[in-house]
Design a protein. Structure first.
Length: 233
């Protein structure tokens, strides 16, 4: 990785925000409002089933071009079927799900401290796949908005990672050349592939380690966000 960089770009979900924890808290609050009689054990069982079903349903739904409302409805329906529950109460609460989700921000460990440290030396940007009515509010809920000079959300610009155009758009907004920027993300399919196609250096954030993953030459790996400062030093 050539030094020094002028800008550091970050992914959001799975990098700065813990997406799984955000989803879990959203469903917990949804159940509390929709099924107030649920006990703790019943809620925990529902959340466990949701966590198992959600990733597959999102993958299938996005590939099929389903709306986010359709995907969440499918997830909740599958969980209710598994739990032998009537889904009608939840199926009418999909709008509430997204209202709750937009207000929930569970940070990855060290995210705020890392941004605070790096912002003193680098210009910071964010490039995220997702919906503008949730991604920006969640950054606000996390108290992170002020760290970023530019924020690019796929739902606003029409390109989603790994399409290199979303990276080029963010670079253009900050008038930064690809060789002067580093992108930090957790996904090999979206973040790594997209960044390399856009000619940005890339750092993979993976708390569990590489797990036998073979990374392209020049790609770095950190298992904690706090390691970024030392990597860039």
């Amino acid at each position: 990785m050539p030094q020094p960089y002028r800008a550091i770009f970050f992914d959001l979900d799975g990098t700065l925000l813990d997406l799984i924890a955000c989803e879990r808290e959203t469903v917990r609050r949804l159940l509390a409002q929709t099924y107030p009689s649920f006990g703790r054990a019943e809620t925990d069982h529902f959340l466990s089933a949701y966590a198992q079903i959600s990733p597959g349903q999102w993958a299938v739904g996005l590939a099929a071009g389903s709306t986010r409302e359709e995907i969440v409805t499918a997830i909740l329906s599958a969980v209710c079927a598994q739990r032998d529950m009537d889904v009608s109460g939840l199926s009418h609460s999909i709008a509430l799900y997204w209202q709750l989700f937009a207000d929930i921000a569970v940070l990855e460990e060290g995210a705020r401290e890392t941004l605070e440290s790096l912002s003193a030396q680098y210009r910071l940007g964010l490039i995220s796949n997702g919906y503008p009515d949730t991604q920006r509010p969640r950054l606000g809920a996390a108290g992170l908005l002020h760290y970023f000079e530019t924020i690019v959300v796929s739902g606003e610009v029409g390109w989603a990672k790994p399409d290199p155009r979303i990276f080029a758009h963010a670079l253009g907004q900050m008038e930064i050349a690809p060789g002067d920027a580093l992108y930090v993300g957790d996904s090999t399919s979206h973040d790594l592939a997209g960044a390399l196609n856009a000619r940005l250096d890339f750092c993979l954030y993976r708390p569990t380690g590489h797990g036998g993953l073979s990374l392209p030459p020049g790609v770095r790996l950190v298992t904690a966000l706090s390691q970024l400062a030392a990597l860039l030093a």
